[in-house]
Design a protein around this ligand. Sequence first.
Ligand code: GDP
Length: 585
Amino acid sequence: MKSVEMPSSLTVKELAEMLNKTPVEIIKQLMRSGVMANVNQVLDHDMASATALALGYEVKPSSPSESPSVRSKAEGDNLSPRPPVVTVMGHVDHGKTTLLDHIRKTNIASREVGGITQHIGAYQVEIDGNKITFIDTPGHEAFTQMRARGAKITDIVVLVVAADDGVMPQTIEAIDHARLAQVPIMVAINKMDKPDADPDRVKRELSEQGLVIEEWGGDVMCTPISAKKGEGISDLLESILVLAEVLELKADLKVLARGVAIEGGVDKLRGPVATLLIQEGELKVGDTIVCGGSWGRIKAMLNDQGKRVKRAGPATPVEILGLDSPPQAGDAFSMVKDEKEARLKSQKKGKEFPRTQVITSPEVKDLNIVLKTDVEGSIEPIKSSLEELSNDKVLLRVIYARSGIITEGDILLARASNGMIVGFNTSYGTGTKKLAEREGVDTHLSEVIYKLMDEMGMVIQGMLEPEFVDVVDGIGEVREVFSSAKGKKVAGVYVLEGSLKRGVRVRVMREGEEICESTIVSLRRFKDDVREVETGFECGVGIRDFSEFKVGDRIKSHVRRKKDESTYQEAGITVPRNDKRPSHS
Ligand code: GDP
């Protein structure tokens, strides 16, 4: 038996190299033991050792000096402890809001006479000198929506379960969402004041979901509370601090400030406002930041009690003024040197909203699947058939599987994991089909197994050979050239084919040659701004960084499509078909 020396942690890729295997082999082995991992995932010593053992290796522990975690500690000299960031989740009406309100009222971090508490999307409380940051939007939808935008802000999930109602569907969804995000869960059994409270039932039902509380030999902390009466809440807060201690949460104070926007909006008097949660560094009034597609110099900063502050450190929520436009919840922000860098970065970022379905790595592409089936019994066979479609280039992983209709949570989960929805004998819940389209999540539903597998086979083919083509979407002809108020030139255009839309990429063609490639930035019919102008109509067109229109120029708008997409759309499939397959036409 070959033997290997295992460090205290390493990535899947590193383990594969060490064992002379492909990353796919490692991931498959991990899957067999119920662990979903990707190529860059970090495995701890135990998990890596177990995998190596299962693949026929003997494992020797490594000398401590070589362990990567020791190295990283040495590098992390600037790290200071920071407060935990907590999200409250649970079934509707189990008391999440009541709990958050109670904690806020009794424990706000610094009490000032006459200080008003503001709802800015998060708040901080202080218990014996230790701070905890609570995200003020309870529920897993908001949590996963953030994650879908690439933000990971929560350190701990407090799962609220009503003692008189027990584990309910959204309790289970919340558990799943927290687990997929790899955020530790602790439980608050609420409504203990009710005569029909049955905490043992809750504990039993939780253990059926794999959440075994400490009292029963597991590792999940559990606190009985009454959010309404305020009982048990200080115990709960203490437990949060204990778990935070175990998690050793740290942040670097010396780096340029960065973090995530948790709310954004426009205030009639104050203009664009945003609540930011700082994750690293320190943010100060006067700093210039880029946040998603917005940027600006911070004019003022207010804490969760509406009090002006000059600076704020990690895990602190602040409301800021000074951005040029409101960011979206989940947008990352970072501090930049000056306005020039800010403009540049914000332009880029605005366009870079990730919408990919495939996480690419040089070796393997991951295809994450959220599976919904009609009944529990169909999950296992469909899951394994799907996973068997994996080959050495594409790895299909069912990251989540449940029976029932497709919910908003499912779509967001697929979005958050860059995945797609597969449904067997199930249907869309209200509004979820639209949501999937809006979020760019592919869905594949069928009532026939072999059809579903066929389709998924095609998806994999599509992933192997992604072929994109530029398709002309509309053509307009310049008939007149005007000067706009700001001295810019605007073209009077007649739409010959298709339509022209604001925001789309266009090429300006003169005598068959391309003279400019840019974007339609303004589109007008008479004096009105419009989004789209159809064939046969006239309009005014302004193009970014281009003014040299001449009568007779053609403006062609383009969209990027996967090759042959139209054929698949007819078949209800949104991916390229393998050309070798027989066509149904
Ligand atoms: P959410 O939907 O999870 O945010 O639940 P809410 O906080 O809105 O609470 C739902 C209902 O349960 C409200 O009528 C609350 O007053 C009530 N409630 C919340 N916590 C408790 C509790 O500890 N005891 C009792 N008896 N009622 C509670």
